[in-house]
Write a protein that binds this ligand. Structure first.
Ligand SMILES: Cc1cc2nc3c(=O)[nH]c(=O)nc-3n(C[C@H](O)[C@H](O)[C@H](O)COP(=O)(O)OP(=O)(O)OC[C@H]3O[C@@H](n4cnc5c(N)ncnc54)[C@H](O)[C@@H]3O)c2cc1C
Length: 388
C-alpha cells in the first residue's frame, strides 16, 4: 500500500490529524493496535479548550459536541470546606466545553468512516522503518498477514506506550520526567453531577475532583496512594471518602449510584524532545504526558495536531518544508507552558507526604488567587487554553 501520511494510533490525535489532512486532499492511513470498540471503551478526558473546539469544528465533526456538550463559564475550588469560584468568562472572555473524550473519538471515527480513508484496527507488530530517509515505511500484521505501507511521512500518534517514540535511537531523544507520589482513583456513574461546574477540592485528606461528562453522567476522582488496590474500593467506600472531602452543600447535593467504570491512574509529567526525527513526527501523548489536574492532555494533543496538520498541508500543497522544520519548536513551546500549568495545579491542590511547609505555601497561594484578580486571571487564562 502507498499513502502520503501513515498515522500510527487511532486516539484523538491520530483521528483528528487524519480528518484535517483528508479535508485538504492529503491521503492517509491510520493503524491502530486495538479494536474500535476497545478504543471507545477507554474513559479519559472531558474538558475541551476553545482552540480544540475550533479544531474539531474545522475537521467537520463538531455538530454533536455543540448539541450535547456543556459550555462552562467557570470552575469552583473548594479549600477545606469553603468554595470559591473562578469566573473564566469574566476574567478572560473565554469558556471551556465539557464533552467526553470518548464522544470526541466516536465523532472522529464516524467522520473517518464517511471520508472513506482507510483505518486498520487490530494492526499488530507495527514497526517503523527508514524514517531518516525521504522514503519511510511502516510494516504490520493484520488478519494473519504481513503488510507494508510506503509513505512520505509517519505521524506517531500512538500515545505514551506506543511504538513510535521507542523507534527513535536513544541518543536522538531527551526525556524530561516527574512522577508524583500518588494517583487518582476515578469513578464514572450515571448520576446527576453534584454541581453545574467542576469542583476542584483541596482537603487535608487528599485532593478530590467532581467532574462530569453530561447532565446525567458524573466523573469523580480521589487522590490515592500508588499502592492502592482497586478491589479495596467498593462503590460505597468511594462515596463515603468523597463525602468527607466535600463542603456541606456538595455533600448534601451528591447523588450516589453504582459505578460504570472505576480505575486508578498514576500522575506523571513527561516530555520527549525533539518531536521530529527525519520524516517521523510525534504528536499528543506519544511525545508528552501531563497530570490531569489542569485538564490539558487531550487539548495538547489537539494543539500538536493543529501545528502538524498546517505544516503537512504546506509541505504537500505548496512544496514547502518550512512548517515541518519548525514543528517541533512550535509545538514544544506550547507543550512546556501546559506542562508548567498542570504541574502547578497538581502541586497546589494535592497533599504531599511530610509537607507542613508546602501545605502553608499551598494555602497562601490559594488565598492569593481568591483575593487577587491578577492571580485568578493567570489561572483562568491557562485553564481555558493559551492562544497559539
Ligand atoms: C486513565 C487516563 C485518564 C485521563 N484523564 C484525562 C483528563 O481527565 N483530562 C485530560 O485532559 N486528559 C486526560 N487524559 C489524557 C488524555 O486522555 C490524553 O492526553 C489523550 O488521550 C491523548 O490522545 P492521543 O491520541 O495522543 O493518545 P491516546 O489517546 O493514548 O491514543 C493513542 C492510540 O495509539 C494506539 N497505539 C498504541 N501503541 C500502538 C501501536 N504500537 N500500534 C498501533 N497503535 C498503537 C493506542 O491503542 C491508542 O488508541 C487521561 C489519560 C489516561 C490514560
Amino acid at each position: 500500500m502507498r499513502t502520503q501520511v501513515a498515522i500510527i494510533g487511532a486516539g484523538p490525535s491520530g483521528l483528528l490529524l487524519g480528518q484535517l489532512l483528508h479535508k485538504h486532499g492529503i491521503d492517509n492511513v491510520v493503524l491502530e493496535r486495538h479494536t474500535g470498540e476497545h478504543v471507545l471503551s477507554r474513559i479519559r478526558a472531558g474538558v475541551i479548550e476553545q482552540v480544540a473546539v475550533d479544531l474539531i469544528d474545522e475537521a467537520g465533526v463538531g455538530a454533536r459536541m455543540h448539541r450535547e456538550g456543556l459550555v462552562h463559564d467557570g470552575t469552583q475550588i473548594c479549600v477545606n470546606g469553603v468554595r470559591h469560584r473562578i469566573d473564566f468568562k469574566e476574567l478572560t472572555g473565554k469558556t471551556v466545553m465539557v464533552y467526553g473524550q470518548t464522544e470526541v473519538t466516536k465523532d472522529l471515527m464516524d467522520g473517518r468512516a464517511a471520508s472513506g480513508q482507510p483505518t486498520v484496527y487490530a494492526a499488530y507488530d507495527v514497526a517503523l522503518h527508514d524514517f531518516a530517509t525521504d522514503h519511510p515505511r511502516v510494516t504490520y500484521r493484520a488478519d494473519g498477514k504481513d503488510h507494508e505501507i510506503q509513505c512520505d511521512v509517519i505521524a506517531g500518534c500512538d500515545g505514551f506506550h506506543g511504538v513510535s517514540r521507542k523507534s527513535v535511537p536513544p541518543g536522538a531523544v531527551t526525556n524530561f520526567e516527574r512522577v508524583y507520589p500518588f494517583g487518582w482513583l476515578g469513578l464514572l456513574s450515571d448520576t446527576r453531577p453534584v454541581s453545574e461546574e467542576l469542583i476542584y477540592v483541596r482537603h487535608e485528606l487528599g485532593f478530590a475532583l467532581c467532574s462530569m461528562r453530561s447532565p446525567t453522567r458524573s466523573r469523580y476522582y480521589l487522590q490515592c496512594s500508588l499502592a492502592e488496590d482497586i478491589d479495596a474500593w467498593p462503590d460505597d467506600r468511594f462515596w463515603e471518602e468523597l463525602k468527607l472531602r466535600l463542603d456541606d452543600e456538595a455533600r448534601d447535593a451528591l447523588v450516589t449510584g453504582p459505578s460504570i467504570e472505576k480505575s486508578i491512574a498514576p500522575l506523571r509529567s513527561f516530555v520527549a524532545e525533539p518531536m521530529r526525527f527525519g520524516r517521523l513526527f510525534l504528536a499528543g501523548d506519544a511525545a508528552h504526558i501531563v497530570p490531569p489536574t489542569g485538564a490539558k492532555g487531550l487539548n495538547l494533543a489537539a494543539s500538536d495536531v493543529r501545528y502538524l496538520s498546517q505544516a503537512l498541508i504546506e509541505f504537500f500543497k505548496e512544496g514547502s518544508p518550512k512548517g515541518l522544520d519548525h514543528y517541533s519548536a512550535r509545538a514544544l513551546a506550547r507543550v512546556w507552558k501546559a506542562e508548567r500549568f498542570s504541574w502547578w495545579m497538581t502541586m497546589l491542590l494535592h497533599t504531599f507526604p511530610d509537607s507542613g511547609f508546602e501545605q502553608k505555601m499551598q494555602l497562601a497561594e490559594l488565598d492569593y488567587i481568591f483575593r487577587s484578580k491578577a492571580a485568578a486571571t493567570a489561572l483562568a487564562e491557562n485553564y481555558v487554553g493559551l492562544p497559539f
